[in-house]
Design a protein around this ligand. Structure first.
Ligand SMILES: [Zn+2]
Length: 477
């Protein structure tokens, strides 16, 4: 059962208003990883809660307690639980999204102000959170608005779970999901889960995602001097923390992406020919990767190897050095304490519990080889297990039918390189099928500068979400 034609034309007719609502959402600087902007994340929760209520959703804001970030105790932003429809004859779908965003400053290299949505002539809607994950969340609001304005019942019952800490490890959410998944909890009766928080592989073929890599994130601190020193006075006189840290970080991964921590790459069994054939069939090329990356810099010219590198193999990336001199100019400082940040994307059967001890042991032994008198401290910042779902389940079948009807295309079935740890929590706590139904394209720059969502992805994507609900209602369990 396809979505009613009036639904599709309604979405088209309201496009400008929907884009304005996206601009309103982008303007709220809900950066969860920035303690100074915590109030903005809370403001975003209230804004979204107001939108949901206005569209007929019964909601509640859930206090998730406190946490410590950068040495400061902060209130976690509330999660939003919502419910609309309670017909026992209908299926119940649980929808997840997040209303926090990655940090963004114009000085990072944005062409425009990151928190002002810019509508470009080519149809791109540029702004932080446009694609990750405010656009997809608002896609659901667009679907609800049609049903409210036309007094149409929804084809399924919907429960919502929106959080404001996804970009900072979803703190507090696992406990909430586990609690509400128990008998008598808010999620009782949920038949399947739909997560709108990832992207197509390229800029032309819709995607359904059945796997995600996990993550384990480290902060490695080297310290020694009692304060920052002058290199003219202390250069070649003391052990310098930065020198030690650079050596250490240089021993984690090689130039071909091989992880140098013994035992980490080795945990993952190699792909057989049947599995390789899945990657060969995907509508994705080396040039897609390079255009999304903005440079001709792919690690290999072999498509299957490249896609497996992204989807089914682990990877280690160096992210930054806290405490290092990073301003313009030629300051001759010797930083007293520097922290290197890196993370490893995990795939089955890897878990943070299995990988972390190998990393810690390796860092300690490599640090010992440096013969330095500085101190080493290793912290795990956050992590999550990888996940794989059954892509032949009716939940996926409904999404395939919706994709065919809206995009006139067969979706690519993919495993995604990123991590959305709560996916696994939903799958394990509820014991139901979880689907990732992305809205944006592979080149949206979700965690990067000039993040965008194409207008057509926002509008057709809203139609896709609505169509998925109608297909869900029609399909037999
Ligand atoms: Zn996201």
């Amino acid at each position: 059962m396809a979505a009613p034609t009036e639904f599709l034309t309604y979405i088209d007719s309201k496009a400008d208003a929907f884009i304005q609502r996206l601009a309103d959402a982008v303007a709220i600087q809900s950066v969860s990883g920035d303690a100074k902007r915590r109030g903005e994340v809370v403001r975003m929760a209230h804004w979204l809660d107001g939108q949901l209520k206005a569209l007929g959703v019964e909601t509640k804001l859930v206090d998730l307690g406190k946490h410590v970030m950068d040495g400061v105790e902060l209130d976690l932003p509330p999660a939003i639980l919502g419910s609309i429809g309670n017909d026992p004859k209908k299926k119940t779908v649980l929808i997840y999204g997040h209303f926090d965003v990655q940090p963004a400053n114009k000085s990072d290299g944005w062409d425009t102000e990151p928190f002002e949505l810019v509508i470009k002539e080519n149809g791109q809607l540029v702004g932080r959170g446009s694609s990750d994950d405010k656009g997809p969340i608002l896609g659901w609001l667009n679907v609800l608005e049609y049903h409210r304005d036309n007094q149409k019942p929804l084809p399924v019952n919907i429960k919502f779970c929106f959080e404001g800490m996804e970009e900072s490890g979803s703190e507090g959410l696992d406990e909430l999901v586990e609690k509400e998944s128990k008998a008598g909890g808010y999620f009782e009766g949920v038949d399947c889960v739909c997560i709108s928080d990832n992207y197509w592989l390229n800029d032309r073929t819709p995607v359904l995602t059945y796997g995600l890599r996990g993550l384990t994130y480290f902060k490695v601190t080297v310290s020694g001097p009692g304060r920052d020193l002058h290199s003219g006075v202390f250069g070649r006189t003391v052990h310098e923390p930065m020198t030690d840290l650079i050596h250490l970080m240089g021993r984690l991964v090689d130039q071909q992406g091989n992880i140098l921590v013994p035992g980490v790459d080795e945990m993952v069994p190699p792909a057989d020919d049947e599995e390789k054939a899945i990657y060969e069939a995907l509508d994705y090329s080396i040039s897609d990767v390079e255009s999304a990356a903005g440079g001709q810099i792919s690690l290999t010219s072999n498509k299957v190897d490249l896609l497996m590198g992204r989807m089914r193999n682990p990877s280690l990336s160096l992210h930054g050095i806290e405490g290092a001199f990073s301003e313009p100019g030629a300051k001759t400082v010797i930083p007293a304490k520097v922290s290197g940040k890196f993370s490893i994307r995990l795939v089955p059967p890897q878990t943070p519990e299995a990988v972390n001890p190998l990393v810690i042991e390796y860092l300690k032994s490599e640090f010992a080889k440096l013969n330095t008198k500085n101190r080493l401290e290793i912290e795990g910042l956050h992590g999550g297990k990888p996940w794989v779902a059954d892509h032949k389940h009716w939940n996926f079948e409904a999404a395939k039918r919706a994709t065919r009807s809206v995009y006139k295309q067969e979706p690519d079935l993919t495993r995604e390189g990123g991590s959305i740890p709560v996916t696994l929590t939903f799958a394990e706590s509820l014991g139901v099928n979880v689907l990732l139904l992305p809205m944006g394209r592979g080149d949206d720059g979700a965690h990067s500068t000039n993040e965008k969502l194409d207008r057509s992805n926002f509008i057709e994507g809203s139609k896709l979400l609505g169509s998925y609900l109608y297909e869900l209602a029609a399909i037999s369990k």
